[in-house]
Design a protein around this ligand. Structure first.
Ligand code: FES
Length: 185
């Protein structure tokens, strides 16, 4: 009986002795969890939001898209961080589009075999100039202003330009000064 009482007392004493250590570990884990959460939030705002959302107030958000020479005519390149596509037309000119469908805003994948953007939601499709090939999309893909400077391409993602049709003047070439910044056509 005495032996059992002694054991009980020892167990109780051990619990009391370990309590501060457990609280300390709990505090450490909670702190680490909060730091990890803060990092996730920071990364979301730094990288996942379109640059335009952060930089709109400054007027422009020139997204560097690399050298002209990196693109072959007839190619479409996705910029997932900028939420846009850069299309190098058959004649070597450049157009940049929003990756959102103009019907209800689904994200559009480029289909290399069909040479079309085909919407996974309601099957609208768009050609390499961003023009509607099949409805229900009501208008061409919204475009972004493209600027080429010293052989480097920049896309202004701060402002989407809505359009009703294709304007050859919207296409930007490496050897021109023009920046394709026309408004709604
Ligand atoms: S959202 Fe693209 S066709 Fe409806």
């Amino acid at each position: 009986m005495k032996q059992r009482q002694k054991e009980g007392a020892l167990r109780a004493e051990s619990k009391i002795r370990h309590r501060p250590r457990r609280s300390f570990l709990k505090f450490i884990w909670t702190s680490l969890g909060l730091v990890a959460l803060a990092e996730v939030i920071f990364l979301y705002f730094s990288f996942l939001l379109p640059p335009g959302k952060n930089q709109k107030k400054q007027g422009t958000a020139m997204f560097p898209a690399g050298a002209v020479g990196n693109y072959r005519p007839g190619s479409v390149t996705a910029f997932t961080r900028g939420f846009f596509y850069l299309a190098c037309q058959e004649d070597g000119g450049f157009l940049a589009y929003s990756s959102r469908c103009t019907h209800l805003g689904c994200t559009l994948p480029w289909n290399e075999n069909e040479k079309l953007f085909i919407c996974p939601c309601h099957a609208s499709s768009f050609d390499i100039r961003g023009l509607v090939v099949s409805a229900p999309a009501p208008r061409p893909l919204d475009r972004y202003r493209v600027k080429i400077e010293n052989g480097m391409i920049y896309v202004d993602t701060s402002r989407k330009i809505k359009r009703k049709e294709f304007h050859p003047g919207d296409v930007v070439y490496a050897d021109q000064v023009k920046t394709g910044d026309g408004e709604q056509s």
